[in-house]
Ligand binder design. Structure first.
Ligand SMILES: *[C@@H]1O[C@H](CO)[C@@H](O)[C@H](O)[C@H]1NC(C)=O
Ligand SMILES: *[C@@H]1O[C@H](CO)[C@@H](O)[C@H](O)[C@H]1NC(C)=O
Ligand SMILES: *[C@@H]1O[C@H](CO)[C@@H](O)[C@H](O)[C@H]1NC(C)=O
Ligand SMILES: *[C@@H]1O[C@H](CO)[C@@H](O)[C@H](O)[C@H]1NC(C)=O
Ligand SMILES: *[C@@H]1O[C@H](CO)[C@@H](O)[C@H](O)[C@H]1NC(C)=O
Length: 369
């Protein structure tokens, strides 16, 4: 085909493309999101920018792939919630703590390091952790949302929220990791799983009782495949690792949590028959990526390593981690699953967001909510 004809085709296509994009009216009015560092798009940067354990996120190379600057997101680029907003035809959702923002298209209440359990649980169990300084647990985030409601929709909230998407992000990983680093046994951690899941279930119920009709509830990740856990909780016994090189015991906690949570979601569907509730996964996609990295565009051999960091064999070291002076990042983060030893890359979050939106990583996918 000659060049002129190609141009002609392009020009003929443009009106259609325009039509398609102006036609793609948002699927939802707004998105309201809750979560921790996998979902935080800037709240911790406002709330406690100098907190130890967080302040490195405000240094380069965080944000280098997409925003070209650190934004408070713990990644080289966008998070799942950013991608979901765009797929739904909405702008990025502003962090709820941002001043002077318009929250009519949504607000993101997620805060880095947040837990499902309230702080007093950790205090009562003698679990201290540098990340447990903020009062930002799931129920606190829901309370923030309830306080902000009046300013968003006032008397029309019921109608407004029936057309909005609500997303309870990944809660539980931080709870279990703080217990682990606080010296608690696996048996203790495992015994708290039903309690953690019940907190997430009751938070979902609290939203559904306010008329929410479209809700996403996310499960937790396979902690046994995450560089920070592999580095600081290794085992001398090879049989503690699975065929992927992940630590079985921590993945089993994840499977247990996700199984209970997905049953809780099923119960909620019975309790709220008009609502559409999606159970969304971080566990399955991460296992898929680690099992078959090249299928997803990740470099084989790096699947358990952080892109940005130092230290062998997982490229993770708490004392010289991503965002600290002189700590390098891999040249092409899109070939890595893991960004900084804990959080994922823009590329990995992209595939997960797509899987939540269209399948296969959500039941049912957001598109059919
Ligand atoms: C709490 O933890 C500290 C440090 O691990 C330990 O010294 C102390 O005995 C613990 N106290 C209780 C009540 O378990
Ligand atoms: C945590 O924040 C919530 C919501 O703002 C508030 O109701 C609660 O009293 C706070 N708790 C503590 C221990 O500060
Ligand atoms: C909420 O609605 C009431 C009654 O219509 C009105 O007086 C008030 O100004 C509204 N508040 C906001 C924040 O829109
Ligand atoms: C956790 O508890 C559940 C239920 O009692 C049990 O089936 C599972 O094997 C336990 N997992 C671990 C890792 O201890
Ligand atoms: C390693 O773990 C397996 C399974 O738990 C156990 O049977 C075996 O005795 C352990 N080996 C060593 C050297 O501790």
């Amino acid at each position: 085909m000659n060049v002129a004809l190609q141009y002609l085709q392009l020009f003929l296509l443009i009106p259609f493309l325009h039509h398609a994009s102006s036609n793609s009216i948002p699927i939802f009015n707004a998105i309201y999101s809750f979560g921790s560092s996998y979902e935080d798009t800037g709240n911790m940067a406002i709330l406690a920018p100098t907190a130890s354990g967080f302040r490195n996120v405000l240094n380069p190379p965080y944000g280098k792939t997409f925003f070209n600057r650190p934004t408070g997101r713990a990644s080289d680029g966008r998070l799942v919630i950013d991608r979901i907003a765009v797929l739904c035809g909405l702008p990025f959702i502003p962090p709820s703590m941002a001043q002077g923002q318009d929250f009519s298209k949504g607000a993101n209440f997620a805060v880095f390091a947040s837990t499902a359990l309230d702080r007093n649980f950790f205090q009562q169990n003698n679990i201290t952790n540098i990340f447990l300084t903020q009062n930002t647990s799931l129920s606190v985030q829901i309370e923030w949302f309830e306080n902000q409601k009046a300013s968003i929709c006032n008397t029309t909230c019921v109608e407004y929220f029936t057309k909005s998407l609500f997303a309870i992000g990944k809660f539980g990983d931080n709870d279990y990791l703080y217990m682990l680093s606080g010296g608690k046994t696996i048996e203790f951690i495992n015994s708290t799983v039903p309690l953690v899941v019940e907190i997430i279930r009751s938070a979902a119920e609290r939203l559904l009782k306010q008329g929410v009709l479209h809700l996403v509830v996310a499960g937790i990740r396979p902690n046994g495949c995450i560089p920070v856990v592999l580095t600081y909780f290794p085992s001398a016994n090879r049989s503690d690792y699975d065929s992927l090189g992940c630590l079985k015991v921590y993945n089993n906690i994840g499977i247990y949590h996700n199984t209970l949570l997905s049953s809780a979601v099923k119960q909620l569907r019975v309790e709220f028959p008009l609502a559409r509730i999606s159970f969304s996964e971080y566990y399955k996609p991460i296992i898929d990526f680690v099992s078959n990295p090249s299928k997803y565009g990740f470099t084989s051999g790096t699947q358990l390593r952080a892109c940005c960091g130092t230290g062998e064999p997982y490229n993770y070291n708490l004392l010289a981690s991503c965002g600290q002076a002189g700590v390098p990042a891999c040249p092409n983060p899109s070939t890595f699953i893991n960004w900084d030893g804990i959080h994922l890359t823009d590329a990995a979050y992209d595939i997960i967001a797509d899987g939540w939106f269209k399948g296969p990583y959500a039941d049912p996918p957001i598109l059919v909510l």
